[in-house]
Design a binder for this molecule. Structure first.
Ligand code: FNR
Length: 388
């Protein structure tokens, strides 16, 4: 059971069980470069604040004398049954946090049967990930290259290697104003370093060789990094019509990540998309934006009966997962906390964090009077207006 897998009945944890201490513990242990990169938000990080405040404004009104055992946390997404509505968000360059990198996080997810999303900016190649972690459900996140041939090649590799759902991130067509990367005090890194999915792509390699008289990305990292970034973060935004290109190369479900407006969610439906992830990218792109939970109920009301509405940004506890589900999310993605766990104790640390949040969610459901995911209704929540 989740409880047995979780930290409650396990050996004393290395990773703190206190969601408020996790970041501080990770800061002490994880490599400085990784810490500097993961902790920050765009601009003054006001979107990061909004993501958390949005969760704090909703409170659970629990029920008593409502039998909630045994509980069934299972749910179905795109025809696949999962044990819980919790998934792992795509997080790039995980070698910066721990040597276990994406293999550690994917192993943790597979052990708990939580879908793992591999980033286009991963430090683990598609083929290597699947070879080392063949078990467990896997989704693939695309940073969409300008070059259609490179796009087709990456998508075909993801498909061949068994990735089921395509997540297309739309809020990062260029990198944002990120003081933690731009400041003189930030830890310098080579652009594109650790981008194994791109650097190992045969079409990308061929095109790079053509530009450089036969060099490989490994021989000329800086140039390869610049070329790769000019493809995936080109500073040119796409249009709704361009989604046709993706449909040409991906016949499975396609989910748009970074949708915060009801109008865009409706356009996603009109353009034949299968789902949206309501997301602020963890507050790392547009500073001054709404929190993702702030807009979730409106988006769920507008399109929730037509496509699969999911959420990330600011999920830290079991109560957060319950609130997101109550406000219309069919899937809830964890981000930074799992990577803090990875940074603290590798695969085991990532697993401890996910298991902890699942155990907490299970308890939260029980205390709230919910026996199944279907019982988690909006009427379980009350909106308050006091700060914190
Ligand atoms: C991200 N995120 C992200 N998203 C994506 O689509 N592709 C990526 O490669 C990355 N990389 C990445 C790196 C780091 C260090 C962070 C913190 C985030 C965004 C991620 O998928 C998700 O939207 C956020 O992490 C959600 O916010 P919280 O809950 O982690 O704060």
């Amino acid at each position: 059971s989740i409880l047995e897998k979780g930290i409650l009945l396990g050996t004393p944890p290395v990773v703190t069980t206190n969601p408020n201490s996790l970041e501080e513990q990770a800061k002490k242990i994880m490599p400085k470069k990784g810490w500097e990169y993961i902790k920050g938000g765009a601009g003054e990080a006001s979107t990061m604040d909004a993501d958390r405040l949005a969760f704090r404004q909703w409170k659970i009104v629990p029920r008593v004398l409502t039998p909630t055992t045994p509980r069934d946390l299972s749910t179905t997404l795109f025809g696949e049954r999962y044990d819980t509505p919790v998934l792992m968000a795509p997080i790039g360059v995980q070698s910066w946090y721990h040597d276990d990198k994406e293999i550690g996080t994917a192993t943790a997810c597979a052990n708990l049967r939580v879908p793992f999303t591999l980033s286009t900016a991963a430090s683990t190649n598609i083929e290597e990930l699947v070879e080392k972690v063949p078990q467990g459900p896997k989704w693939f996140q695309l940073y969409w290259p300008l070059d259609e041939e490179i796009t087709a090649s990456i998508l075909s590799r993801a498909k061949t290697n068994g990735f089921k759902v395509l997540v297309v991130t739309l809020d990062t067509w260029t990198l944002a104003w990120r003081p933690y990367d731009l400041d003189p005090a930030s830890v310098p890194f080579i652009v594109g370093e650790g981008d194994e999915v791109g650097f190992n792509d045969p079409v990308f390699r061929r095109k790079f060789a053509e530009r450089t008289d036969g060099e490989t990305p490994e021989e000329s990292k800086v140039q390869a990094g610049m070329y790769w970034c000019s493809e995936v973060f080109p500073g040119v935004s796409r249009s709704w019509e361009d989604l046709k290109i993706l449909k040409k190369y991906w016949d499975g479900p396609i989910v748009l990540k970074g949708v915060l407006s009801v109008e865009d969610a409706k356009l996603a439906v009109q353009h034949g998309m299968d789902g949206v992830i309501v997301s602020t990218h963890g507050g790392r792109q547009l500073d001054g934006a709404v929190g993702s939970l702030d807009v979730l109920p409106d988006i769920a009301d507008a399109v929730g009966d037509k496509i699969t509405v999911m959420i990330d940004s600011g999920i830290r506890t079991g109560a957060d997962v319950l609130k997101a589900v109550a406000l219309g999310a069919k899937g809830v993605f964890l981000g930074r906390p799992v990577v803090y766990g990875l940074g603290i104790d590798g695969a085991a640390g990532a697993e401890a964090v996910i298991a902890g949040i699942l155990a907490d969610f299970d308890l939260t459901m029980g205390f709230s009077g919910a026996k199944t995911i279907g019982d988690i209704k909006r009427s379980l929540l009350k909106k308050v207006s006091y700060p914190g």
